[in-house]
Design a protein around this ligand. Structure first.
Ligand code: ARG
Ligand code: ZN
Ligand code: CA
Length: 315
């Protein structure tokens, strides 16, 4: 099997806490509920735009060759990320699932660097010519050594210049947000334990023609889900206590490939959900409950809540 192992930390620890039914968080009678659905007449929730810096860590190739990904490839990845988070009609990110939702979260490459200088939002670092004293096993500290922008202002994304033998085995990693939401202990630690952000194997970043079920840029969509607080649908692999999202049917074990299965409750699993290990080609779904959870993180979590007003957006 060439599947990546589950990489969330502390899978065994019981996620205690109040079972907040996120999808029903606004059930008060005359409270404005701010639904995510595009129901005519409802006022739509604000679109959050988050600035991204892509640190392209490469092996010394010219721009556009090998792991030194082209600007076009990076732009295409950001486009795919937006299609997916906006459930954009006419793109692979669209779905007509009854619980499918437009997250109304968008991403742009940063246009101002820390300090205010103009930037393309893409940094290129030749790892073959840059000493790095950090052990490579300490993934986030290792990549952050090549560059790390204030995580309260930027979503840091690093592309990893891994050998071809790592293709389809290592896809990506993300740290989770600091939050009161149940289950967040199942995500990898970020600040203050270690630098936080998203790592993606360069081979799986953006669309490409590599022979792989993971060549359509969905690894970043999945990792961004973790970065904004989402768990895999199977969470800690316990039917009762899975991803703490009500409208993703519970499932005990990882959803792999595009073949639907029956989950814990007898309901079919959501093979199309981005928070599975399914192939890029069958993914198109964030649910209303997942969107509630991600927006809650953006609204309340340290180093997430400042992103929509970041000076990195150039505003
Ligand atoms: N296995 C990785 C993780 O758990 C990424 C899975 C991405 N899936 C995909 N179809 N690209 O973070
Ligand atoms: Zn994952
Ligand atoms: Ca669920």
């Amino acid at each position: 099997m060439t599947r990546p192992p589950a990489r969330r930390g502390r899978i065994g620890s019981a996620a205690v806490g109040i079972l907040v039914m996120l999808a029903a968080a606004c059930s008060g009678s005359d409270q404005p509920t701010g639904p995510i659905d595009d129901v005519p007449g409802d006022s739509l929730p604000v679109v959050y735009t988050l600035p991204v810096v892509v640190h392209v860590v490469h092996n010394g190739e010219p721009v556009g060759a090998g792991t030194n990904l082209s600007d076009e490839r990076i732009a295409a990845q950001i486009r795919i990320l937006n299609e997916d988070f906006r459930r954009k009609p006419g793109t692979p990110g669209f779905n007509d699932d009854p619980v499918g939702a437009d997250a109304r979260i968008e991403f742009v490459l940063a246009s101002r660097a820390p300090g205010g200088a103009p930037t393309s939002g893409v940094r290129r670092i030749d790892a073959s010519a840059t000493a790095n004293p950090v052990p490579q096993n300490d993934l986030f500290p290792y990549y952050a050594h090549y560059g790390y922008w204030d995580p309260a202002r930027y979503v840091n994304v690093w592309t990893m210049p891994l050998p071809e033998t790592a293709q389809n085995i290592v896809l990506g990693f993300a740290t989770g947000p600091q939050t009161h939401l149940p289950g967040s202990d199942l995500l990898l630690d970020g600040e203050p334990i270690q630098p936080e952000g998203i790592l993606v194997n360069a081979a799986h970043f953006g669309p490409s023609s590599i022979p792989s079920p993971f060549n359509r840029g969905r690894t970043l969509t999945h990792e961004m889900g973790h970065y904004l607080g989402l768990l895999h649908l199977w969470g800690g692999r316990d039917c009762a206590d899975n991803d703490f999202v009500a409208d993703t049917p519970p499932v005990m074990s990882p959803i792999i490939s595009c073949v639907p299965r029956v989950g814990c409750s007898g309901l079919p699993t959501q093979t199309a959900n981005y928070m599975t290990f399914a192939d890029d080609g069958c993914m198109n779904l964030f649910t209303e409950g997942q969107v509630e959870r991600m927006r809650e993180v953006i609204e309340t979590s340290p180093r997430r809540m400042g992103l929509p007003t970041s000076p990195g957006l150039g505003g």
